[in-house]
Ligand binder design. Structure first.
Ligand code: SIN
Length: 187
């Protein structure tokens, strides 16, 4: 049912010899930074859009009733705002564990300003992973998010925490705010 990416990610050695490198978070990694980092700052990546298209069987849902969490969809001209963390490579095992349900490490340019960027890492869930749910009508996605619960808490909290974190960053994301505004339809 689930696609455990830990072995695959463990074979990626790109930053092993670095003292530190940058990780870009666009979902729970924005608002739930429960890991040691050396520095963090708001950042963005280009040509990616955030979407609630990845299934969560291990954090915000269960195998028989998965939740929906974010992944990124390639989209020319799009911009995805988030938070970048400078971390040590020894942290990757812990992050691979957290992101094991379909997310692969991927290298991308991370922008801090129009004139400052660095190659860093994201965790990306692509459509070929078994937990990928893909697009659905907004109301159906909202209903699923409103109902799903998993070991890390409610799927609703994941969405609302993300919406609040993006607001605090001054970032607008229509997909996230449209789903968040539908949460008041469910108690
Ligand atoms: C991320 O936050 O960058 C990845 C997706 C998630 O863990 O919510």
């Amino acid at each position: 049912m689930t696609f455990d990416t830990r072995d695959h990610n463990g074979r990626m050695t790109h930053f092993d010899q670095h003292d530190s490198f940058w990780l870009f978070g666009y979902g729970s990694l924005i608002w739930k930074a429960d890991f040691p980092f050396l520095e963090r700052k708001p950042a963005w990546i280009d040509h990616w859009s955030r979407r609630f298209w990845q299934g969560s069987h291990d954090h915000r849902g269960i195998p028989s009733a998965p939740g929906r969490v974010v992944t990124l969809i390639s989209e020319r001209g799009a911009r995805c705002d988030g938070m970048a963390y400078r971390i040590e490579p020894s942290l990757l095992q812990q992050l691979d564990m957290r992101e094991k349900n379909g997310y692969l490490r991927e290298l991308v340019p991370i922008h801090f300003s129009p004139t400052s960027s660095v190659d860093g890492l994201i965790y990306l869930a692509t459509p070929d992973n078994d937990a990928f749910l893909g697009e659905a009508p907004l109301a159906r996605m909202a209903e699923q998010i409103a109902q799903a619960q998993g070991p890390s808490g409610s799927n609703r909290d994941y969405l609302l925490n993300l919406e609040q974190a993006l607001r605090e960053l001054g970032a607008s994301d229509h997909h996230v705010s449209a789903l968040a505004s539908l949460m008041s339809d469910y108690k």
